[in-house]
Design a protein around this ligand. Sequence first.
Ligand code: 1SD
Ligand code: ZN
Length: 274
Amino acid sequence: AGGQWCYDSQDPKCGPSHWKELKATCGGDKQSPVNIDRRRLQRDSGLGDILFEGYDQAPPGKWRLANNGHTVVLSLASELASEHITISGGGLPSRYRALQLHFHWGSPAGNGSEHTLDGRQLPMELHIVHINVKYRTLAEAKGHPNGLAVLGFFFQVSETPNANYNTIVAGLRNVSQAGDSVDLASTFRLSTLLPHAGRLSGYYRYQGSLTTPDCSEVVVWTVFEEPVEIGREQLRAFVSTLHFPAAGPTLLKMTNNFRPPQPLRSRKVFASRA
Ligand code: 1SD
Ligand code: ZN
């Protein structure tokens, strides 16, 4: 493996099994994602509903969509604007502020979630990355075990499109190459990207890492039971529009940008309900 990490779909020589050669942390004991084995959950009655603040208001300023070479990332054009989008409660050790969200998906032939449910992969997974309000930068947060909180949502394919995803899906064509970014003309509330309101009380919680190098073990993970619905054609747009950084003269479609499940080792996965 050279200096860069990648997914197997780009080049198996720099794929997930080689990441620990680049960053020793990627071979650590608290890595993500993991398989969520529903027969081995530990119910924790202290895991009440997460309090979502600012999720229900259109943010000031524009959403920016970018192809970072590994995924498509949605963030606010002005970082300050996300100051009031926070999560707390639900057993989280602090309040956390939203930084960005992104997706992991498969190929025309297969699913691409990172977490798996009873050994099964789902079509796609949304990650909303939040930083502990005690810290100012990602670099600072990476130095603390509860530095980040990521919310994970599975997707389920429906025959009809999810209109709440139209703005993002339409924007994909503008970020088809690595390094591309675009400010979206229309705005929307973050809550519209989540599963049906009121169905967020079922979730899994464990302590893990970022799923990409440097694989920092600083993430309080929350993976929700209820999937987001996305139309078959909308999912196809992710698989067929975006490209990895070009390694040669031919463009390589961005597919299978997920890390496979990592050993749970001595960790437990907690469940908010039985
Ligand atoms: O893969 C993302 C990566 O793109 C970056 O957003 C990082 C936070 O800096 O988070 C990981 S992940 O663990 O949320 N997949
Ligand atoms: Zn992710």
